[in-house]
Structures are given as C-alpha cells and as structure tokens.
Ligand binder design. Structure first.
Ligand code: PMP
Length: 690
C-alpha cells in the first residue's frame, strides 16, 4: 500500500555496541503500542547486517522478540527485514569485501525508499557508528542517512567518554544538516560506584545544555531476560519521548498538489529556456548525493544528465565540499584586480599540467559563455596585436552551440540554434558545413579539404579565429564527428593564419573518453575554453587558456579587456583544484570506458525501433535521435515515474551521467529511454522543444 504521509527514523550510534538494536526494537514496540490499527503498518529494517554467521544472528530477531507478546493482529502490522547480510562481524565495507562483494548504495537506497513509501512509519537501524564505511568509496552510514534525508536517533552508551562521543557525532550530523529527532543515552552496563553514577548524571546535564532543542532520552540499566529488558526500555522511551514523536518526524508525501515552494517559484522565478509560468512546475530538490536527486516529496531520481553535464564526480562529493569548506574559513571572495591568492595559483598549476599543447596563460571566467566571450576578445586583440585589425570575424560550424551571451550566440548555428530570435542584432559570423563523417570513421582528406578550403580562401583576410566544439557538438544535436576533421581544420587554420579555438566546455575533463576531445586528433588548440566539469559541478567557474605567443601579441594591443567582479573566486578555484586532483588520478578513464561499453550494449537494440533515426555513443554520452521532436514534458514525466531525471533536446534523447554511476543506475536510465518507445505515454509534440 502506498502511504500518503510516511514517517521514518534512522537509528545510529556514537559507536558500535551502544545498544542501537535494543533501542530500535524498543522504539518499534512503542510505536505498535501507541498507534492504532488505523495508523497502518510499520517497518523495522536493518539495511546492512554484519556478523551473520548463524541463522538467528540478525538484529531482526531482536525486533521480533520486542513485540512477541503483543496481540497477533498488532504483530501483523509489522514488517521486519534485513537487506544485506554478511558473515564477518566487522565494518560493512570489509565484511562485504571478504565475501568478494561491494555494497552499491544506489539500489540499497532505492529499496529503503520503497519501504518507507509503502509503510506509515519506518525504523532503519544503521550498522556500527555514524561514520562506519559502507563501501570502499567512503560512502558511510551518515551518507546513507543523508541520502534518505530522514531524522536521526543517536544512541550513545552513557559512560566515561560519552560526552566526547556524543559531541563528535553531533558535530558531524550538524555539519551535514541532518535533523536529530532524539539522543538516547543508554546505560548498557550496570553502574557499580557512586562516582560512576555521578559522571553519568553529569553527562546527561551537559548534553542537555549543549543541545537544548533535541530531546535527550535516558535509559537506565535494564536487567532480566532479553524480552523483559526490551519491555522495560520501551516503558522508559514511552515516558520520555515527546508526544507525537513518531508522527512529527519527516513526512514523505505522495500528493500531487503543488507545494508552497512550487507556487512561489511558478509565480516569480524564471527557469532556463522557459516562459515565465511554465505549464509543468519544476520539481523541488532538497538534497543531492552521488547520482541521486532527492525531491522534497521523498522521491529519489537518478540524474542521467549530471546537471547539464557538469557534476562529473557526483553530487555532494566530500573532497569538493571539503575544499570549499576549508577555503571558506579564510575568505569567500576578494577582487582579482591587483590581488591574487593561493587557490587561483594552485588551480592554474593543476590546469596547465593537464591542458593540451603549449597553453601557458589562463583567464578565469564566471561561466562557459563568458569564457567564450573572453576567447573572442583574445582573438580580436591578437589580430590587432599582429597588425591585422581587419580580422574581426569568426568561423564556426553549422550545428554549433557556444553559449547564451551575445558574442557566444553569434557563433551558434544561425538556422537551427536556440538564438535565432536575436540574429538581427548579432555579429555576423561565417558558418562552415557541419562535419558529415561520423566519429570513428576516416574522412577522405582531399574531398573534405575541397569542401572547406574555399571558405578559408574567401574569408581568411577578415577572420580572426575558428571556434569549434571538438569531436562532439553537444547542445547542437549531440553529433559526434570524425577526428580527422580536427586535423584538417587545424592545418587549414595554420595555413591561413587563423586561431584554432577549441570550446571544450562540454567535452573537457574526460567526457568523450579522452581528457580533452582535441586529443582524439593529437592536436593542441591556440585557445581553449573550459567550464562545466571544471569545478566538478559544485560552483560556477570557467577558464580561457592560450599560449605565451598569443598572449604577447595581445599585449601589443594593450591589456586584455575583460574583468568580471567575481573573477577567480577563491571558493570556485578551491573546488576546481579539488576536482582536477580527482581527475589527475585517472580513474575517470576506466569509468568512462565502462559507461561507454554499457551504453553501447544497452542502447544499440533501440536502433531497430521505428521512429529512431540513430543511436550513438561516445565516452560517457549516449544519444538516441528520434525522427520527430519529442514531447519533453511527457517524456520527463515517464522517466520521473521510473526514478530517472533526463531532459531531451528537440528530437534527441540523451544521457550524460556522472562518471561514478554504476551499472544498476545506468540500467534504469537506458530502460527508461527504451521503455518510452513502447509506452502508451509516448507522444510526439507538434513543435520542437529546447
Ligand atoms: N560552450 C558549450 C560547448 C556548451 O555546451 C555550453 C553550455 N551548454 C556553453 C559553451 C555555455 O556555458 P555556460 O552555460 O556555462 O554559459
């Protein structure tokens, strides 16, 4: 049964062996006694159980014991389950490893959310302490609780050292903005001296003083048989838990009514490429972790497009968050005119170490479009610097997309591009035909030269640079073209003294399977634009890089005339350095190869569908081109119902996930795309959508 308003609690501990299982079992009993038949069912779940070498070793036997004396019709309202079991009695990551296994957080999370949604209340008991690792990617119990986004009951053993343990655990929970429903100070051993009794009492007072808004529950030592002890614990909980404790916990609603947030948003906020009150309200997101977006109503979506391709390492990455947090301690921002700072320098060093060719100068910009504007200015000032001021125009490719500001818009495809409404006031650039030979195939060099060289012959005298998205034209239709074109274009640019300007804002940092797409042809650009994945998608930053020689020519014209207020923002630079640190370790390579293989295998069968024009995959990009434009709203609704977030472009359905995505998550994405074509919801819209 789908519950309208589900509540859930995550029981964790300051350490292992603090009595979490008994507290969970006692909470279960309390709920069952205080709720009525009409309140529905409760689930008590142990997501990961270690130390399962005997049949009754699982904590769920304790849950069952705690309610064993209650009427049978009440016991029928309880579901208990253990979702992952391992024999070794140690941390989950190790217990799984010893069984040659890995715990994938994604499927575990989805199972838990499905349980929460189908019960009136759910108790989830963590394994070990709050930071116990679940897998070797450092996904911890705290990450699991955060991903579930449900309140915490923190259990501590009330003894010497409890203050330190509670304060440390609470600091971590506060740092992660995890709501704490209660702290339970559990006396798991008998007190044997007056002195001991005094410091246990003192613990309670100090913890209450430190956290005045959090209910502090004390459970004295309970003796007797296990079931008697559990009943006594339940009575202590019953006396001290605030009234309505269970029903006041986070509600996971399944209502379709727009929330207050959606209503304000709809009335006042613009969204990208939308009219001012779109027909379908945007989905409120309360947190994001890994590849998951957590919606305010409790649903969880796999983000198949990594927030417009920039969240390459996944959301809420501890290294990126840590870098921003650390930088925040010293300064969030200072102007970059006449001042400098370590984050900008460190990022510069990392960027130059990775960048192709001989790029030596960096301009930090605030977004991809601005990086393109800066590249335009660099090329124009370079022309003036080399004494050819008449070279003020640019070559670009049909089907190109380079951004939303005016200079960048002028480089976007003037026919099919998004910016055709503004064409009358845009600088008029020269558009060369879209490369026609697909990626992976060789071009006939002589034939293609004949197609392109006439443009160089005719216009070179007025052209400063050739802008292109190497290998993959993304927002212009996700077209992947032969690497031979890059070689040809580079050669023509050299012959006609035109700057080769690579816009790697979408393709940079591993997206195509190479660090930079230019590497597919072993060429180095004269100017390189990067953005999107530069900061791992956690804060805006882009950069335009060029060579010393070009910078010297620009200097002959005077200073490079651009200077944004937030140039080289230290928080953004710190995040980008951390992201490049992750990139430099090279694991993205194996991951993107694997994603490519998976997408190839799983999207290929779609090419047999009627109505599908092409299926293509490159690196971590999977594209299904449909013969007619797709109705975005109905496709998105279909995907959201299947736990997936995608956003088609006109007639192209595509995925560009974070590199950390696993096979189960990829499967969900490809199944949603594939399922759409045989679903009754499939509609083809009358007009193209962006
Ligand atoms: N160039 C390319 C190739 C892009 O894909 C984009 C964004 N999709 C941009 C430039 C513009 O970047 P931003 O949205 O950060 O301004």
């Amino acid at each position: 049964m789908e519950s309208e308003n589900s509540t859930a609690i995550f029981v964790t501990g300051t350490d292992t062996n603090v009595g979490k299982t008994q507290v969970t079992a006692a909470l279960l009993r309390r709920w069952l006694i205080s709720a009525s038949q009409a309140d529905g069912c409760i689930a008590a779940i142990k997501p990961i159980q270690t130390g399962c070498d005997t049949a009754d070793a699982s904590d769920i036997t304790v849950y069952r014991l705690a309610i064993s004396d209650l009427p049978a019709n009440r016991q029928q309202c309880v579901d208990v389950a253990c979702l992952r079991e391992f024999k070794a009695a140690c941390s989950p990551h190790l217990a799984a490893e010893w069984e040659k296994n890995q715990i994938a957080p994604g499927p575990l999370l989805e199972e838990l959310l499905a349980i929460i949604r189908s019960h009136a209340s759910t108790l989830i008991e963590g394994a070990g302490g709050i930071l116990a690792p679940i897998n070797d990617q450092e996904f911890s119990m705290a990450d699991l609780a955060a991903a579930l986004n449900i309140p915490i009951v923190l259990v501590a053993h009330n003894r010497v050292g409890a203050l330190n343990q509670v304060f440390l655990a609470m600091a971590e929970l506060v740092r992660r903005s995890l709501p704490v429903a209660a702290i339970v100070l559990n006396q798991i051993m008998e007190i044997t001296s007056l002195e001991e009794e005094r410091y246990c009492e003192d613990n309670v007072i100090r913890i209450k003083n430190r956290f005045p808004l959090v209910p502090i529950i004390t459970i004295p030592f309970c003796s007797g048989m296990p079931n008697v002890r559990l009943n006594t614990m339940e009575r202590h909980l019953g006396k001290q838990l605030p009234a309505k404790f269970f029903i006041s916990q986070l509600k996971v609603s399944t209502s379709e009514e727009p929330s207050a947030c959606q209503t304000f948003d709809r009335e006042h906020l613009w969204h990208p490429y939308e009219d001012s009150s779109p027909s379908s309200p945007p989905l409120p997101v309360v947190s994001a972790r890994g590849v998951y977006l957590h919606l305010a109503d409790g649903r969880v979506l796999i983000d198949g497009i990594s927030s417009w391709w920039c969240v390459i390492h996944g959301y809420n990455h501890p290294r990126l968050n840590g870098a921003i947090g650390k930088q925040l301690q010293s300064m969030a921002h200072i102007m970059f005119a006449g001042l400098t700072h370590e984050p900008a320098v460190e990022l510069g060093q990392r960027l130059l170490a990775l960048a192709p060719g001989n790029l030596q100068k960096i301009f930090y910009a605030d977004s991809g479009s601005i990086a393109v504007e800066v590249a335009i200015k660099m090329a124009v000032q370079w022309s003036r610097g080399i004494g050819k001021p008449e070279r003020q125009r640019f070559f670009a490719l049909s089907g190109a997309y380079h951004g939303d500001t005016f200079g960048a818009m002028s480089l976007c495809d003037p026919e099919g591009g998004m910016h055709r409404r503004f064409s009358a006031i845009l600088p008029q650039q020269i558009f060369l035909p879209r490369p026609r030979i697909p990626f992976g195939q060789a071009i006939d060099g002589a034939v293609e030269r004949q197609r392109y060289e006439p443009f160089f012959k005719k216009y070179a005298h007025e052209v400063a640079g050739f802008f292109l998205e190497p290998i993959a034209q993304c927002a212009g239709g996700f077209w992947f073209y032969s690497a031979d074109y890059l070689e040809l274009f580079k050669r023509l640019c050299e012959e006609y003294d035109i700057l080769f300007i690579a816009d790697e804002i979408a393709t940079g940092f591993g997206r195509t399977g190479k660090l930079f797409a230019c590497e597919w042809a072993n060429i180095a650009p004269d100017i390189l634009c990067v953005g999107k994945g530069l900061t791992g998608g956690c804060i805006t930053l882009a950069a335009t890089l060029t060579t010393d020689a070009i910078a010297r020519a620009i200097a002959r014209d005077g200073p490079l005339m651009h200077g944004p207020t937030y140039m080289a923002n230290p928080l953004a630079c710190a995040a980008a350095s951390a992201s490049l640190y992750l990139i430099a370790d090279g694991t993205w390579r194996k991951k993107t190869w694997h994603i490519e293989k998976f997408l190839r295998e799983n999207l290929a069968p779609l090419s047999n569908f009627e109505g599908i024009a092409d299926v293509r995959v490159l690196g971590s990009m999977g594209v299904v081109e449909v013969r007619e434009p797709v109705n975005r709203q109905s496709f998105q609704r279909y995907c959201v119902d299947r736990g997936v977030w995608l956003r088609p472009f006109a007639n192209v359905l595509y995925t560009m996930p974070a590199y950390i995505i696993d096979d189960d998550q990829l499967q969900k994405i490809t199944s949603a795309i594939g399922g759409w074509f045989s679903s009754p919801e499939k509609e083809i819209s009358a007009k193209p959508c962006v």
